[in-house]
Design a binder for this molecule. Structure first.
Ligand SMILES: *Cc1c(COP(=O)(O)O)cnc(C)c1O
Length: 375
């Protein structure tokens, strides 16, 4: 394509579907799998991902904000779309217009939804978020009984589900998840509803490590995209079929130069060559999601071999040391994330260099570059 970037994020739709089916089997075939597609599907492209997962039977999607949910509907996505982070009161009508499901955690939101429901002579199904120990969004378990009673008084509001979120489900040997799950189960008898309650609290970590917490529905995020929430430890501990990484990120060599010993590289000269050095200049910088904290740390693959970043990562450029890689020339493929030859750089490895988690790396690369979809 004319005018396209050197930098490309490639998304494997077959890997995505492999992960979806694997997670369905782990959660239990009777459990609904809600695909978390917030943050533009963790950098993989919300609409493309939702369309692909719809084709293989996914009927529930989760986003952070109302605007994302509206985008999904306008793109023709069917099924139930959950908005997790509340909504501006003025936008309450959108839940009816677009048939969306709100996750609520305050009575004011329920009241405004109720008044819209009455005006339209409709009902709206809501899910309540309970904070059983994450200490983030949600009402406290001890307030659930009165909250449920207040909801029951509001015309047009149907309590359809109760949700919670685990802070430590990625730790297979922690007691925290089961303790929190028991707290969740203890409040459920207080739910006043004519509907069959949909209970959901499992994230990727819980689906993989505590499948007994999946209830009627489980919310898969990172694992859909091929990564274990506990990173390399999760891959090592995997005894069954493995998740497959969905994203790769590549670029190409822009220039090759040889410099003598004692030369400073990039802004601040925070790398000085100790010997004659061959450098490849690459058109990737922090604007492309390559965090500046990767300066002097990250490695890339060129010709199937590893080359280390030298000096600071700039806004649109970085330099890597290719002294030990024969025959590197302008235009050669460079892999930042993914496989080349026998070697592979994972999002977990990059996250390790950044002191972060795979989630952030995927968002950074995916949401700052052109995406290409392959089977
Ligand atoms: C993001 C999110 C998830 C998915 O978490 P993963 O660890 O990526 O599986 C599940 N539930 C809620 C409420 C979330 O915000």
């Amino acid at each position: 394509m004319i005018g396209s970037s050197f930098n490309k994020v490639t998304v494997s739709l077959s890997a995505l579907c492999h992960n979806y089916h694997l997670l369905r089997r782990r959660a239990g075939e009777n459990v609904k799998l809600l695909a978390m597609v917030k943050a533009d599907a963790y950098g993989h492209g919300m609409i493309k991902v939702a369309r692909e997962l719809s084709k293989v039977g996914c009927e529930s999607f989760g986003v952070a904000e109302l605007c994302e949910a509206i985008n999904l509907r306008e793109a023709g996505i069917k099924g139930e779309i959950f908005v997790f982070l509340g909504f501006p009161i003025a936008d309450a009508a959108c839940f009816f217009d677009y048939n969306l499901t709100p996750i609520i955690f305050d009575i004011e939101s329920a009241e405004v939804l109720s008044s819209k429901a009455v005006m339209r002579n409709q009902e709206i199904r809501v899910h309540v978020k309970v904070d059983c120990g994450m200490t983030r969004l949600g009402i406290f378990p001890e307030d659930f009984e009165s909250f449920s009673a207040e909801l029951a008084m509001l015309p047009g509001i149907v309590l359809a589900g109760v949700a919670s979120h685990f802070p430590r489900a990625d730790e297979a040997d922690s007691d925290n998840t089961i303790e929190q799950f028991e707290r969740f189960l203890r409040i459920l008898p207080y739910a006043l509803t004519k509907d069959d309650l949909v209970r959901h609290t499992a994230n990727s970590g819980a689906i993989l490590n505590f499948p007994e917490t999946c209830c009627e529905m489980a919310r898969a995020g990172i694992a859909l995209y091929g990564y274990y929430p506990d990173g390399v430890a999760g891959i090592a501990a995997e005894k069954k079929e493995k998740l497959q990484p969905v994203m790769s990120f590549s670029s190409q060599v822009l220039q090759v130069k040889i410099v003598p010993a004692g030369v400073g590289v990039s802004y601040g000269h925070c790398f000085i060559t100790s010997k004659p050095t061959r450098l490849a200049v690459l058109p990737v910088g922090y604007e492309d999601g390559l965090s500046r904290s990767l300066s002097n740390k990250a490695e890339v693959l060129i010709g199937g071999k590893r080359a280390r970043i030298r000096g600071r990562v700039c806004m649109n450029l970085c330099m890597v040391d290719v002294t030990d890689i024969e025959g590197v020339t302008v235009g050669d493929e460079v892999i930042f994330l993914g496989r080349q030859g026998k070697d592979c750089i994972s999002s977990d490895e990059i996250a390790g260099w950044m002191d972060s988690i795979s989630y952030e790396v995927l968002c950074l690369f995916g949401n700052n570059n052109e995406r290409k979809y392959i089977e």
